[in-house]
Design a protein around this ligand. Sequence first.
Ligand code: SF4
Length: 500
Amino acid sequence: MIPTHPITADEQPLPTNNPMTHQDTRPDKPEEACGVFGIYAPEEDVAKLTYFGLYALQHRGQESAGIATFEGEQVHLHKDMGLVSQVFNEGILSNLPGQMAVGHTRYSTTGSSRKVNAQPAVVDTRLGTLALAHNGNLVNTIQLRQELLENNCNLVTTTDSEMIAFAIAQEIDAGQNWLEGCIKAFSRLSGAFSLVIGTPAGLMGVRDPNGIRPLVIGTLGSDPVRYVLASETCGLDIIGAEYLRDVEPGELVWITQEGLASYHWSQQQQRKLCIFEMIYFARPDSVMHNESLYTYRMRLGRQLATESIVDADIVIGVPDSGIPAAIGFSQASSISYAEGLIKNRYVGRTFIQPTQTMRESGIRMKLNPLKDVLNGKRVIIVDDSIVRGTTSRKLVKTLREAGAREVHMRISSPPVTHPCFYGIDTDSQDQLIAATKSVAEITKQLEVDSLAYLSWEGMLLATGEDPQSFCSACFTGDYPVTVPEQVKASKLILEKAVMS
Ligand code: SF4
């Protein structure tokens, strides 16, 4: 097994004052791990279709992007730090020919932010090269890393995704075929993983036995039918693919010239989709459980209003993710909905640091208040979640400065009290405001007139699904896959292992 892409000078960690490192640009929200995309379509420009698929999945990770295409046995790869539109151009895409492609857009939850950790992870095996894109986080990385090193694996990155690629390669090199080798490797993994894997023999889509991260199948054309895999349905819509179905928890789909075959690789399957995907991460136009998440989020707002109505003049939402719940709240409470905050949609794309004065002016680079709308009003502001509380406090100050007479905050999810270990960056527990403070204390800290969260029961009731079919561990601490103590210690635990 030879890693195809050793570390080069330009793949060293970015300096910490670089605006591309997430420490500097990090919003006060849980951050998504990754978006994955795959396509098998010999007649099409697969690189370009993958580019647009990743473009639609950009919200799931903005640190790096990559595409690997398969031209027969040969793999062409391009990956780099930055947004999808910064990493690729027409010239680069035209140098990625092939019948099949795997794409990835990344936010680091395991491994630091540097180019070598960008995906797809590409590894050579006895049967040819594989390219792997991963969304999620393993919780048995220490044990897996140890096993791989004992078998002389030359790991070059600090990501769990590369370990999965090497675990597969190890099984292939031991004499298994692609399907057997992958299934044996998956049984060595614990945690959350939705994978798209390209091999010279075909394209594979996989979900972990709990189906914590989403993965959907789409079709392109009818004669012949071609298949597409994407983290969310918005990745299908953009290229004109039709949603077929979800990859099931514990399922492996194998896409070749013959079509799509399905295998249930794990005996233990239970549905535990991340509820935060539905509340906040996934795009509102993506469909889960047969409806758009916009509709679900409006229902969260309606439920929130029934639980915590307050007398006020207007309801506003925090753009963009709080808007559907604010509209739902307005509908259920009959309090007028208004736009009170305008978002600067391009702020995340500047690479110039703001001046000190700008920094002190708080969040206005991102959100600007509409004084005409807010002045003299009793305002209910609806947001989807509070993590550290820093942005919420600035937001309340901004509304008051714009003339709001009262500010009542309503949150369309329960208090976040526990960190996530399945691929979402929600900070360590001591950084989560609701883990250390009561609602009364948070109300005081945010300087709001009142604060209410949606109940855990209300959040699940609004799904219209079996409440048992979701992971909601960041609200309860009830983790569906056991998290070892060592893993809880630090996000960059792998770097520490490399350095020791
Ligand atoms: S812990 Fe929270 S963010 Fe993580 S998978 Fe579960 S519901 Fe999602």
